[in-house]
Design a protein around this ligand. Structure first.
Ligand code: KG4
Ligand code: ZN
Length: 359
């Protein structure tokens, strides 16, 4: 059974053909990084325009690479939310028209469920049985959520960020310090050169749900640190580098990053990792999780991966491979696989939902 997945919720136009929920026959991702990079974040109007430009060739390429004709498909799956509504509309509308023209049924997929299924796909392919209930930590530019995942894929929300998402914190700190957008990958590569114990960040105690996250205080603490150190000149040097080289190599960044700044980056990353893992471990214990799934763009972070693996948690921890951690369409096709088995199809009147919740 082949499913065509289509993803366009943020700044990636992606299409993929996945067979039996586990074999990725093709996965095409057109990134808009170069468009948004110079603005320091995703510009919604530009994003939808870029999706419009990319959607037809990206889907065509995914079908061609996998040797699949529309008539061979069992379903067409598209992200319906959450995300930028103008971006979601492009992928969803194209999926609807393909479905209408070919008679292949349409399946609506929640983007967050897609991130969780990046892990489900790879474990299924590798013959690994994930033990349920699992705890899923979804950490990306838009989301920081903890879900209880039951066998057969029902979800219960346990905690979420009250302000910024973890990826957003990486991006804001990266932008503030002159590393451009997105900040996560650059900070990840520079952090090993700094001392993560150099700057102490403390998290405010929160009232209410102890499993909720908060990252805005950390971002403000970095801002205060930067202001108190008078770092404007070194930040200007990095912004100039970025104007000359849109994607500098690590050596180029190291050449314009003093040790104190490397220490700051390492300490910041360490604080984010500690916040994520502490709350994940606490909720896993509370719900009696038998495994931990970490997914979303921030799951690429090498510090987070090694910290999770060396934390001595009493259950297995699963991360998607890096290409499936950030936005892609294979995860959307994979999330649609159990829905296909259940006959959970969407009508052509299904609407894009910017704030769609998973649970
Ligand atoms: O899942 P994703 O591609 O898009 C959303 O659904 O948001 O995640 C993108 C986010 C960005 O905030 C980016 O900075 C972050 O993931 N990210 C990372 C790394 N790679 C991407 N954050 C930390 N370390 C990384 N290696
Ligand atoms: Zn995402």
């Amino acid at each position: 059974m082949r499913i065509l997945g289509i993803e366009s919720s943020c700044d990636e136009t992606a299409a993929s053909v996945v067979e039996d929920g586990q074999s990725i026959l093709s996965s095409v991702v057109a990134s808009q990084m170069s468009t948004h990079g110079k603005y320091g974040g995703v510009v919604p109007e530009l994003a939808s325009r870029e999706h419009l430009r990319a959607i037809v060739p990206v889907v065509r390429e995914a079908l061609e690479q996998s040797g699949t004709r529309l008539a061979d498909l069992s379903a067409i799956a598209a992200t319906v939310g959450p995300g930028l509504v103008g971006s979601l509309l492009v992928g969803l509308t194209y999926a609807k028209s393909l479905s209408f023209a070919s008679g292949v049924p349409l399946i609506a997929v929640n983007h967050i469920e897609g991130h969780i299924h990046a892990v489900v796909l790879e474990t299924r392919r590798d013959g690994v049985l994930v033990a349920y209930p699992a705890l899923a930590l979804v950490v990306s530019g838009g989301h920081t959520h903890l879900f209880e995942v039951q066998e057969g894929f029902s979800y219960r929300l346990l905690g979420k960020t009250r302000d910024d998402a973890a990826g957003e914190a990486f991006d804001k700190v990266g932008k503030l310090l002159g590393y451009g957008y997105p900040g996560g990958p650059v900070i990840d590569r520079l952090a090993p050169y700094g001392d993560s114990r150099a700057v102490r960040f403390t998290f405010a105690r929160m009232k209410g749900n102890a499993l909720d996250f908060s990252f805005s205080g950390l971002k403000t603490a970095v801002l205060r640190w930067v202001e108190s150190r008078g770092m404007a000149a070194e930040i200007a040097v990095r912004r100039a580098l970025l104007r000359e080289h849109p994607q500098p190599a690590v050596e180029q960044w190291l050449a314009v990053t003093p040790q104190a700044t490397l220490d700051l980056l390492a300490s910041f990353q360490q604080a984010v990792i500690a916040e994520l893992l502490t709350r994940a471990a606490r909720s896993a214990e509370q719900m009696g999780a038998r495994s931990l799934i970490v997914s979303g763009g921030v799951a690429c972070n090498s510090g987070l991966r090694s910290a999770a693996r060396s934390a001595g948690l009493p259950y297995p921890v699963y991360f998607p491979s890096p290409g499936l951690s950030t936005d892609n369409a294979a995860m959307i096709a994979a999330a649609a696989f159990p829905k296909l088995a259940r006959g959970e199809f969407a009508g052509l009147d299904v609407a894009a939902q910017a704030n769609l919740a998973l649970a």
